[in-house]
Design a protein around this ligand. Structure first.
Ligand code: SAM
Length: 223
């Protein structure tokens, strides 16, 4: 029995080492981000049947036609947010809750919105199991943001919309930043927007190509 446990612990360590090496190979070089990925047990955020794939570089179905993005994608988006630990972050598309957990370790507080009730419930329970306390989840249309809790230092949109919702940009604090996939279905540009100090001024930069599930809502795709 104890040999068995020892074997399992060794396997888990090997899996984690390989996971970290793969992330480094994908350009994830921020030590704080790597530490967060080493800390959050990704397998907790998916169904037991799919857990053997949890640390592979692949998106994984989470039910309701949705996916948890591949770890490299989550890591590169997280790195793009340039978090220092003091930020209030808004995430659109809670999904499994995995990225919210990562953000919770790297920021001061995370507000995350999911439109599908079953996913929001499961995400809450995985986050509670992980024991994170600075992530607040809401059910609703994230394309509207949460103006009542704005401004946010960072906003991350984790589903692909036709264009960046202007209402989200308006919920950024001065010098705040939004990262998300925008453009045609199946071929979005991962884009970063900075809010300037002058009212209504934004800087835009494309940081990659991607293919995310649809951002569905009033300021996204219509179902
Ligand atoms: N960040 C998630 C994670 O770590 O598992 C992955 C998100 S998954 C790629 C995209 C999620 O966005 C789905 O769960 C989907 O239901 C959600 N979504 C799509 N449109 C939305 C909207 N308008 N408001 C809130 N969530 C939305």
């Amino acid at each position: 029995m104890s040999m068995n446990m020892g074997g399992r612990a060794r396997d888990a360590l090997k899996t984690r080492r390989r996971f970290m090496e793969r992330l480094r190979g994908l350009g994830v070089n921020d030590p704080k981000v790597l530490k967060a990925f080493a800390t959050v047990p990704r397998h907790l955020f998916m169904s037991e049947a799919l857990r053997d794939r949890a640390y592979k570089e692949t998106p994984i179905p989470i039910g309701e036609g949705q996916t948890i993005s591949a770890p490299g994608v989550v890591a590169n988006m997280t790195m793009a947010l340039e978090l220092t630990g003091t930020e209030r972050v808004l995430e659109i598309g809670t999904g499994s809750g995995y990225q919210a957990a990562i953000l919770g370790l790297l920021a001061s507080h995370v507000v995350s919105i999911e439109r599908i009730p079953k996913l929001a419930t499961r995400a809450r329970s995985a986050l509670d199991q992980f024991g994170i306390t600075n992530v607040t989840l809401f059910l609703g249309d994230g394309t509207l943001g949460r103006p009542d809790l704005a401004p946010y230092d960072r906003i991350v949109v984790t589903a692909g919309g036709p264009e960046v919702p202007r209402v989200l940009l308006d919920q950024l604090a001065p010098d705040g930043m939004l990262v998300g996939p925008f453009g045609p279905r199946r071929a979005q540009k991962l884009t970063r927007y900075w809010r300037g100090k002058k009212a209504g001024s934004f800087r835009r930069e494309v940081i990659g190509e991607c293919d995310f599930v649809d951002l569905i809502g009033q300021n996204g795709w219509r179902g």
